[in-house]
Design a protein around this ligand. Structure first.
Ligand SMILES: *[C@@H]1O[C@H](CO)[C@@H](O)[C@H](O)[C@H]1NC(C)=O
Ligand SMILES: *[C@@H]1O[C@H](CO)[C@@H](O)[C@H](O)[C@H]1NC(C)=O
Ligand SMILES: *[C@@H]1O[C@H](CO)[C@@H](O)[C@H](O)[C@H]1NC(C)=O
Ligand SMILES: *[C@@H]1O[C@H](CO)[C@@H](O)[C@H](O)[C@H]1NC(C)=O
Ligand SMILES: *[C@@H]1O[C@H](CO)[C@@H](O)[C@H](O)[C@H]1NC(C)=O
Ligand SMILES: *[C@@H]1O[C@H](CO)[C@@H](O)[C@H](O)[C@H]1NC(C)=O
Ligand SMILES: *[C@@H]1O[C@H](CO)[C@@H](O)[C@H](O)[C@H]1NC(C)=O
Length: 499
């Protein structure tokens, strides 16, 4: 750019010289910031024989109007006119000498003002050649004040949802005007206003507008102001307050009689955090054996029909109160999973599952057991099991949610001890992990439940507890004939099993 400007000046000078033999050399353009000091160069290139300089006049040209700035006269001396008197002077002291040297009449502007922006003419009056002049354009820049402000330190998300200006970015009194952009993941809109000041500067202002919500909380918002080649960024992180979003965890659809240690937990997402949790039972009062700790209802002792009802949790923060609801009903027997929901969640147990589990479960299991037994008999000579290698691992992931017991075990393999006289007598029941009730107790309590059970080696109950989250219902892969699949996904050799 400067090279180009220099070349232009040279060409201009050449042109002037070419015609007349004398030239006035100036920069074609010059710029500075408000408050800066700038030099406007003016060099007279004389010829041979030299002409006589009778006066040098600097003029400001604005809107087609010329205004004298400074004059240097070999006989009368130097004169700088108001309003430039304070801020303009000739650079070379030789201009003031008697006799002066007027070849270099460069002037210096100090404390540049916006109003100094204009074209400046440097005119040489000579004898006998007449006038020679050239011109420079002076541009004055004003650096803007840039700032970003949050509309308020915290924004409250309230219903009805409405658009809210969350941040404002201002680049004030800049010349040339800034460009404002936003960088954010927030879904919102930017508005833009430009205001032109009388002194030629421009104030650019942009508002960022979003609908405040839970999703906008903690989002980062960056304003990018581009002024000439500069890039200024400022960021804020939104703090959006919203009322609690509530759900009740802990009811897995499988609260059966005598189940132990059930609980309901009121989970709330809120900003600021929830200060009050209130539990209610619709159309009734909370059972007496319930203990409330923070946001959790602990039901002490075994499950009874009295626990059934609609539980309501009101969670309150400073923004508002929202309610979570869960319908708890009690079954008299555990619900077994059906193939459709074997993969874990029992959130919506199908009717068939409930009926199958509660009523027909026992019969179905018995049937399955007999079929399996017969099948085994056909495939092998004897079945002398050492069941210590058997592992039955059950679980559905509910224990993740607040350490609740998983739904009851799934009868995978039925087992009647060879030496048992009473084929209908149940063996032990596989318990569920995280459920801190000993299997023996459970057995004792469910002694009256005349249904077949299935085995878990007692010595493995610890091991078993650790595995409850890992149970897989996936169909067994094809395995070699002499391998027996285990419910934990592994296989063992028949030899090992049947020895
Ligand atoms: C100086 O400015 C005037 C008007 O603003 C323009 O016409 C002219 O071309 C400019 N000269 C140079 C050398 O940039
Ligand atoms: C220059 O002219 C424009 C209109 O042509 C006018 O608005 C402006 O005020 C003038 N500036 C000066 C310094 O006279
Ligand atoms: C230009 O005008 C604005 C508004 O009147 C003022 O705030 C600002 O300081 C001015 N800028 C300069 C460089 O004088
Ligand atoms: C609960 O009681 C209210 C009136 O107090 C009644 O309108 C509502 O039907 C009742 N709900 C149930 C499930 O009994
Ligand atoms: C529950 O409340 C007790 C005090 O009552 C407190 O020490 C504990 O941190 C709270 N737990 C949770 C998860 O809020
Ligand atoms: C439990 O309640 C749900 C809805 O509240 C209902 O669909 C389901 O049939 C009930 N189950 C029993 C066993 O009553
Ligand atoms: C069970 O879960 C696994 C992975 O968690 C998934 O690939 C598979 O499709 C699920 N099966 C059914 C029947 O939902």
């Amino acid at each position: 750019m400067e090279l180009f400007a220099g070349m232009l000046a040279f060409l201009l000078a050449l042109r002037v010289q070419g015609v007349n033999g004398q030239s006035v050399q100036m920069d074609p353009s010059k710029s500075g910031f408000v408050g800066d000091q700038v030099e406007l160069r003016c060099i007279f290139v004389n010829s041979n024989p030299p002409v006589k300089i009778s006066q040098v006049t600097w003029q400001k040209l604005l809107n087609g109007t010329k205004q004298n700035v400074a004059i240097a006269n070999p006989a009368l001396g130097v004169s700088v006119l108001p309003p430039f008197k304070e801020r303009v002077g000739f650079k070379q002291a030789a201009v003031r000498y008697r006799p002066p040297s007027l070849e270099d009449t460069t002037i210096v502007f100090s404390n540049l003002q916006l109003s100094d922006e204009a074209a400046y003419i440097c005119e040489y009056t000579t004898f006998p050649a007449g006038n020679r002049e050239n011109m420079v354009n002076l541009t004055v820049f004003a650096r803007p004040m840039t700032r970003m402000t949050l509309t308020s330190p915290t924004i409250v998300a309230r219903a009805p949802k409405r658009k809210t200006t969350v941040a404002t970015c201002i680049s004030a009194n800049g010349k040339p005007p800034s460009v404002i952009k936003w960088d954010t993941r927030l879904k919102g809109e930017a508005s833009l206003q430009e205001y032109r000041n009388p002194n030629g500067t421009v104030t650019v202002r942009s508002n960022y507008v979003v609908i405040p919500s839970r999703e906008t909380h903690k989002q980062k918002l960056t304003c990018i102001v581009m002024y000439r080649s500069e890039r200024i960024t400022e960021s804020v992180v939104l703090n959006v307050q919203y009322e609690p979003e509530v759900k009740i965890e802990g009811f897995d659809g499988n609260w059966y009689l005598n189940r132990q240690n059930v609980q309901l937990t009121c989970r709330a997402d809120a900003n600021p955090p929830v200060t009050i949790y209130q539990w209610k039972l619709l159309n009734g009062s909370l059972p007496t054996n319930v203990e409330i700790k923070n946001n959790t209802l602990f039901f002490k002792g075994p499950v009874t029909y009295d626990l059934a009802g609609t539980y309501v949790c009101d969670a309150t923060n400073s923004i508002g109160t929202r309610t979570g609801i869960v319908d708890v009903n009690i079954t008299d027997l555990p619900i077994n999973p059906t193939p459709e929901n074997r993969n874990g969640s029992l959130e919506q147990p199908s009717t068939s599952a409930i009926i199958g589990g509660a009523v027909g479960g026992g019969l179905l299991l018995l049937l399955a057991a007999i079929l399996l037994f017969m099948y085994m008999r056909r495939r092998q000579r004897t079945f002398k099991g050492d069941y210590s290698t058997k592992k039955h691992v059950f679980g559905n992931g509910y224990s993740k949610a607040g350490g609740l017991p998983a739904h009851p075990p799934i009868p995978k393999v039925l087992h009647y001890p060879d030496d048992s006289d009473d084929e209908k007598k149940p063996d032990q029941i596989g318990n569920t992990g995280g459920f801190e009730v000993s299997e023996r107790n459970f057995d004792a309590e469910s002694e009256d439940l005349k249904r077949p059970y299935f085995t878990v080696e007692e010595g493995e109950s610890r091991d078993y507890e650790e595995r409850t989250l890992a149970f897989q219902y996936d169909p067994q892969p094809e395995i070699a004939d002499d391998m027996i699949s285990q419910t934990d996904g592994s296989v063992i050799s028949k030899k090992e099993w049947y020895v």
